[in-house]
Design a protein around this ligand. Structure first.
Ligand SMILES: Nc1ncnc2c1ncn2[C@@H]1O[C@H](COP(=O)(O)OP(=O)(O)OP(=O)(O)O)[C@@H](O)[C@H]1O
Length: 616
């Protein structure tokens, strides 16, 4: 798109983004009605004070000039006792009271706004997390969504400037009206002059804000990359590898390159903005001095008092800066409203994997088991099918092992089973009913999967197990039992803080575990979960041979009566299963028990003998 066209579009976008202000204000009101009301009332009161103060200042000047001709040689005390200064004193006290009130109101407004916008930001963050939790895994793997999420997150980080801006605008508008009324009473033509002087500056401001937003928008992916590179360059998770491979110079160069390009683009815009902004605001200043000169002449001629001149010149000056503020503020508000677009468009993303209305309850217990009927699935954006023509059965209470080379589709099968994705072709049945007809939360509650890339939570050891069934977080007995079953109890016994020991290096007292120790903890999650279907997708790769053997042996014994699926590349483990399914290119090519598969002399036999060869 040509820059001009992009900008026109962005201008339209900005005007249409103003529709977000309604929902925004509603949310602010929902955040706290009393605080919202308080800021409105306080600001209204504060809005009229500047005019009142300027007017009282005019009265003071006129009074002083009026008194100037009187006899005050006898000194202040006498003049005071004669009562000649009473009126002036009253005016001065009034001015002081007004100044005091304005200051106090300003502070009160600042306080209320700070509290309100912080509460709003917290509420928005919570809503963001809640909504993110409903989205599909597929959504998270989509770069466009990550961009939107990033922009939305930036919106909810810290206090939103929009709140103060918007209310400030309203307050200034009231002040402008008050000043305007004053001016109209004396010299209506001044208003016209102000508008003529300000319009060019306003249009310039709109133009540059539009460009600024377009630049930011355009750069979201790069900004995300910047954050990523910064994170990779300096974090606990990556430090080890960054050091060993001496990646720091590479990462720094990459960061520098990206940051420099962005900085250059930004700088060019800032320079143009400063140049044009300066030139356009000169117009406003010119207008002011023209008016000032004319007013001085009228005062000399005797049409206005000196007080009037001060009031008018002051009003003009204040009006000009207020209007300038209002116009540029409008442009900023439109800008912020555009960012709200990002937030709201994130909220508009709807998950596709949902429970149907009137969804079925999970069968308890599962009677028949799962049947994959000619299932095909392609990851979004991928050309290749991850699985296709996949047909298999997993009987209730059966223990299945999945075998296959890297990329054969084992993990994908598991993800389809847990409805992290829905098939593009074919269907998956549970007890004869399509998985999509079951209540999603219930289905997931009855399936426990421990993935190979399970998460190492920087939480306590107990919580690291409890995540398997977070509702039972306070059930220490259950957590300890799960740890015993997965052999994690011996790991925890060695920790200085036992079950309450913080793990990971992110927080102060954290202790790091070995890869295999983390895995034992992760496997404890499966026992914690006590689901009808338990799946271990290779979370055992780092266990030593004895530990893996023991872990799986126990897993089989302890999961007696449950449906279990094991994925492992170790045949010593795999052979424990009732039935083994061999996958290749996303389909089952062999199945049977260990002995029959060996006898068949197919892929299984080949992979087995390759591994056995290694041990000879
Ligand atoms: N999130 C994803 N997005 C796009 N493609 C993916 C994604 N995850 C896996 N794939 C692709 O799908 C295919 C099957 O992957 P899958 O993870 O199911 O294999 P696997 O059998 O579990 O392999 P491994 O033994 O290496 O764990 C692979 O070709 C992989 O490139």
């Amino acid at each position: 798109m040509k820059p001009a066209a992009a900008e026109r579009q962005s201008l339209r976008q900005r005007v249409s983004a103003l529709r977000n202000l309604g929902p925004f204000l509603r949310q602010v009101w929902e955040t706290s009605a009393p605080l919202t009301l308080a800021t409105v009332v306080l600001r209204l009161a504060r809005a009229v004070l500047p005019v009142a103060m300027l007017y009282v200042a005019k009265l003071i000047i006129d009074e002083v000039i009026g008194l100037g001709g009187g006899e005050f040689h006898d000194g202040l005390r006498q003049a005071w006792s004669r009562g000649a200064l009473d009126h002036l004193a009253l005016l001065l006290v009034t001015e002081f009271a007004l100044a005091l009130a304005s200051d106090l109101l300003g502070r009160a407004v600042g306080f209320v706004d700070a509290v309100l916008s912080e509460r709003y930001a917290n509420l928005a963050s919570v809503r963001l997390m809640e909504h993110a939790a409903t989205l599909d895994l597929e959504d998270f793997e989509d770069a466009d969504l990550q961009d939107r999420l990033e922009r939305a997150r930036r919106q909810t980080m810290g206090r939103s400037p929009l709140l103060g801006q918007l209310f400030g605008q309203a307050q200034d508008a009231v002040t402008v009206i008050a000043f305007g009324i004053g001016l109209v009473a004396y010299a209506p033509w001044l208003i016209g002059l102000i508008l003529v002087a300000l319009l060019p500056a306003f249009l310039g401001e709109m133009h540059f804000n539009a460009q600024g937003y377009a630049l930011n928008f355009h750069w979201t992916p790069e900004r995300r990359e910047l954050d990523y590179v910064r994170q990779t360059g300096a974090s606990v998770e990556t430090a080890k590898e960054v050091k060993i491979f001496a990646l720091a110079p590479f990462l720094i160069a990459r960061y520098r390159h990206l940051a420099d390009t962005f900085h250059r683009a930004n700088r060019a815009l800032a320079a143009r903005r400063a140049l044009w902004g300066g030139a356009l605001s000169l117009l406003g200043t010119g207008g002011y001095y023209a008016a000032y000169g004319y007013l001085t002449w009228r005062t000399v001629r005797g049409d206005f008092t000196v007080g009037d001149l001060t009031f008018l010149a002051g009003s003009f000056l204040r009006l000009r800066s207020l209007l300038e503020g209002l116009l540029s503020g409008f442009s900023q508000v439109a800008n912020q409203a555009l960012f709200l677009d990002d937030l709201y468009s994130f909220f508009d993303i709807r998950p596709e994997i949902l429970s149907r209305p009137g969804a079925r309850a999970m069968p308890q217990p599962i009677r028949e088991g799962f049947v994959f009927e000619d299932v095909g699935f392609r990851y979004p954006g991928a050309e290749r099918w991850a699985v296709r023509g996949l047909s298999l059965e997993i009987g209730a209470g059966e223990s299945i092992a999945l075998v296959g080379e890297n990329g054969a589709g084992k993990t994908t099968l598991v993800k389809l089973l847990a409805r992290l994705y829905d098939p593009d072709e074919g269907r998956i049945l549970l007890d004869g009913v399509d998985l999509r007809d079951y209540d999603l939360d219930e289905l997931r509650a009855h399936i426990g999967v421990i993935f190979q890339d399970f998460v190492r939570y920087h939480l306590s050891a107990a919580d690291n197990i409890a995540v398997g069934r977070i509702e039972a977080r306070d059930d220490r007995a259950r957590i300890e039992e799960a740890a015993r079953r997965s052999l994690a109890d011996a790991v925890i016994a060695k920790l200085p803080g036992g079950y309450d020991q913080m793990l990971g290096k992110r927080f102060g007292s954290g202790v790091e575990l070995s890869g295999g120790e983390w895995q034992k903890l992760a496997i404890a999650r499966a026992y914690m979960r006590q689901a009808q279907v338990m799946i271990l997708d290779e979370p055992t790769a780092a266990l030593d041979a004895r530990a893996e053997f023991e872990v799986f042996q126990r897993f089989r014994e302890l999961s007696e009566g449950r449906t279990t699926v094991l994925i492992s590349h170790r045949f010593s483990t795999v052979r424990m299963a009732d039935r083994i399914l061999v996958l290749r290119h996303g389909a089952v090519i062999e199945e049977g028990d260990h002995a029959s598969l060996l006898a068949a002399g197919g892929l299984y036999a080949e992979l087995f003998s390759l591994q056995a060869e290694g041990y000879r």
